[in-house]
Design a protein around this ligand. Structure first.
Ligand code: ADP
Length: 163
């Protein structure tokens, strides 16, 4: 067995939620010899609430105490190309429900064809399984309280966006 020394957790993180944080923390435990790179997708055709730089900065701040073990990088284009560039063979993704599985399964197979990487799924913790970035944005946009769903600095950033 080869030692896994790098994994990538890719996503939009628009914005980072407690569900993402949980997957990153558990990824660090499962791959305890590895560096976890959070790959922040910046697709020019997609509309995001937070810019790529803002999303990256928020994640960096939340994980600032983890030093080299958590790196945050933005990427655009094919994930397979980003993985090649980073020399990474393992993707970590979170699974909330069966509905996530159908999409995730397709993407995982495609990524394996494109770059021979394995996708490792971590099942969402029960208390986070209903949290999604899009729902958090909807609630924050209507001035609902999102403190329970996102790290404090993300809650503050959402408040600034919707003020
Ligand atoms: P994408 O647009 O690529 O789905 P997201 O930022 O929404 O990007 O999600 C990135 C990853 O985090 C995905 O694997 C997703 O299933 C997972 N994820 C999102 N929300 C949660 C959550 N509440 N608990 C666990 N995993 C989650």
């Amino acid at each position: 067995m080869t030692l896994v020394d790098r994994v990538v957790f890719p996503g939009s993180f628009d914005p980072l939620t407690n569900g993402h944080v949980d997957i990153i923390l558990r990824g660090l435990k499962v791959f305890d010899q590895a560096e976890v790179t959070v790959g922040v997708l910046c697709n020019p055709d997609k509309k995001y609430l937070f810019t790529g730089d803002e999303r990256v900065a928020l994640i960096k701040e939340v994980f600032s105490e983890y030093g080299q073990r958590v790196r945050v990088k933005s990427f655009s284009g094919l994930l397979a190309d980003f993985l090649r560039q980073e020399d990474v063979k393992v993707i970590v993704r979170g699974l909330r429900a069966i509905s996530d599985f159908e999409y995730e399964n397709q993407i995982a197979l495609m990524n394996r064809y494109l770059s021979e990487v394995e996708t490792c799924f971590l099942v969402a913790s029960e208390e986070n399984s209903f949290i999604s970035s899009s729902l958090v944005k909807q609630v924050a946009g209507l001035h609902g309280d999102v403190a329970r769903f996102v790290p404090p600095i993300v809650a503050q950033a959402l408040e600034r966006k919707f003020r």
